[in-house]
Design a protein. Structure first.
Lengths: 401, 133
């Protein structure tokens, strides 16, 4: 790959995740952008494209943010791809650079989700006086709760339980232990929405949402933003040695959707598209799972983290339970997963997540992660999945400069 | 008296209630909803086929917290009905991990959703455990 084809992260930032009752998505997104520009050592004058993600707002977040940080007339791409929105924004900027349209790009994801409560596929509408078939299935009543569940905790519970049925060993306690790990990891992350250690007993005895997912085993709704400045390799070579040293190489930027599978019409298949994305990412980056020093994966629920150990090929096929039980995915293990605290404790402001997980990996690769630094980290992987479905995977490598 | 109406158009009522699916004539992929083309092979010809009324519970969750108006707890399950995956509630058994287990045999069952202002009864469906003989 020539320097011109390489794309690097030059600057990146995430806001603290949490509750911001007095700040809107524009405030939060602007904070992340300005901090990412500062981190990169560039200004809006340098940026040739802005890709912006926000899922719950009214649309047009990119232009709204330009008005806060600099209206330079560059193209804006407002992107939406469920929980993969942030990764999609970053990949959009990467593609513009690879296409040679500009030297620098900016990607941002922002969400206000604190207090949003349960995220369901569809809310129940008022019922009619007479049965009236509606929608593509001619339903005479809302089907959520009558024909399965449309809620995210329930959908992902079924995804984890399906893995348990296929390979065995995955029970309520096992899933709760995964959550215990991520809550423990978050105690070292000052930017996490929650920093509380939680015992296995506390997690299992907390409010049940959708068995086997209790409340702390679900991603935490919160507010937050993250932004990244990307640059091509040739331009990076012209920058200061300090900028080159801190830059992080994007060795693979992959986006997939779910190919047809027999059961995907009744239960989203989050496995095949993740496995496909991982295979392609490892191939493009020229690294294997054994080369990874840390992984930030999409633990929207404890039940999801388990299946992605397998999908990302961090373990042998069918071996995710033994892999977790070996202690490998704790920050002290051989394959630390979600040392940020993950979506369960760091939080999940949807569109920000796909850049925030890359920020986490970058901080370790730059050796700037303070007391939660994974020592000597050189290669990391960030993964997100959005139902529907879309999977984004980025493999990141420390600069040799 | 009016004929009862099914909760969704892929439930067929009558003597032996069952689910039906649109099956691609070319690759046999099955879809409960109508498709412009098969998601697997892009074929455009489908025929309506019956889905087996018994199956094995491949996954489930017990939903304890749901959108307003949804009665909880209930069990949502993924059932393998002779190679066709179906999503339905597991009914006629207690919604707890002692009464619902992975791999259990289940069968289609229907129940009344009530009667509307015109006196028409709507019929829902779920899957219930097959009692051991």
């Amino acid at each position: 790959m020539s320097k011109q084809d390489e794309v690097w992260i030059l600057g990146i930032n995430m806001t603290k995740f949490g509750k911001y009752p007095d700040r809107d998505i524009v405030d939060l997104g602007a904070e992340a952008i300005q901090a990412a520009l500062k981190d990169a050592g560039v200004t809006m004058d340098d940026i040739g494209i802005l890709a912006a993600g926000n899922l719950m707002g009214a649309g047009g977040i990119g232009q709204m943010l330009q008005k806060q940080v600099g209206q330079t007339g560059i193209p804006v791409y407002n992107v939406a791809n469920a929980c993969a929105t942030g990764a999609t924004a970053l990949r959009t900027a990467v593609m513009a650079i690879k296409a040679g349209e500009c030297d620098y790009g900016l990607a941002v994801g922002v969400e206000k989700l604190a207090g949003a409560g349960l995220l369901a596929g569809a809310n129940r509408a008022e019922e009619n006086d007479t049965w009236t078939p509606e929608g593509r299935f001619g339903a005479v009543v809302p089907v959520d709760g009558r024909i399965g569940t449309a809620t995210m905790p329930g959908v992902f519970a079924q995804i984890g339980m399906e893995y348990g049925h296929k390979y065995g060993g995955a029970d309520f306690e096992l899933f709760a232990k995964i959550s215990e790990k991520n809550h423990s990891h978050s105690t070292l992350n000052p930017l996490a929405a929650y920093n509380k250690e939680m015992s296995l007993e506390q997690i299992m005895n907390d409010m049940m949402i959708a068995y086997p997912n209790t409340r702390p085993m679900c991603s935490a709704n919160c507010d937050g933003a993250a932004a990244a400045v990307v640059v091509n390799g040739a331009t990076l070579k012209t920058l200061s040695l300090e900028q080159q040293r801190r830059a992080v190489k994007i060795s693979a930027s992959i986006l997939t959707t779910d190919p047809w599978q027999e059961a995907c019409q009744v239960l989203p298949d989050v496995n095949t598209l993740t496995r496909n994305a991982a295979k392609t990412a490892y191939e493009k980056a020229g690294v294997g799972p054994e080369d990874l020093d840390l992984v930030e994966l999409h633990d929207c629920f404890a039940t999801a983290e388990l299946v992605h150990y397998d999908n990302l090929m961090l373990c042998e096929e069918g071996g995710a339970v033994d892999f977790f039980n070996s202690g490998a995915t704790w920050r002290t293990g051989r394959m630390p997963v979600n040392v940020s605290g993950g979506l369960q404790s760091k939080g999940h402001p949807i569109a920000a997540t796909g850049i925030a997980n890359i920020w986490e990996v970058c901080q370790h690769l730059r050796d700037e992660c303070g007391n939660r630094q994974i020592a000597g980290a050189k290669v990391g992987l960030a993964h997100v999945i959005g139902l529907g479905s879309a999977c984004g995977i980025h493999i990141l490598e420390k600069s040799a400069a | 008296m009016s004929e009862p109406i099914p909760i969704v158009n892929y439930l067929v009522l009558g003597e032996e209630p069952h689910l039906v699916s649109h099956e691609c004539r070319n690759c046999k992929a099955r879809f409960f909803g109508r498709r412009n083309a098969c998601a697997n092979c892009y074929g455009t010809e489908f025929e309506q086929v019956e889905v087996a009324t018994t199956g094995e519970l491949r996954s489930f969750t017990i939903v304890a917290f749901a959108a307003p108006g949804v009665e909880v707890p209930f069990v949502s399950g993924i059932i393998d009905c002779g190679g066709t995956s179906v999503n339905a509630n597991i009914i006629n058994t207690k919604p707890d991990p002692e009464h619902v287990s992975l791999g259990m045999k289940v069968q289609l069952a229907t129940y009344s959703l009530g009667t509307d202002a015109d006196g028409v009864e709507a019929i829902g469906f779920g899957f219930e455990p097959v009692e051991a003989a």
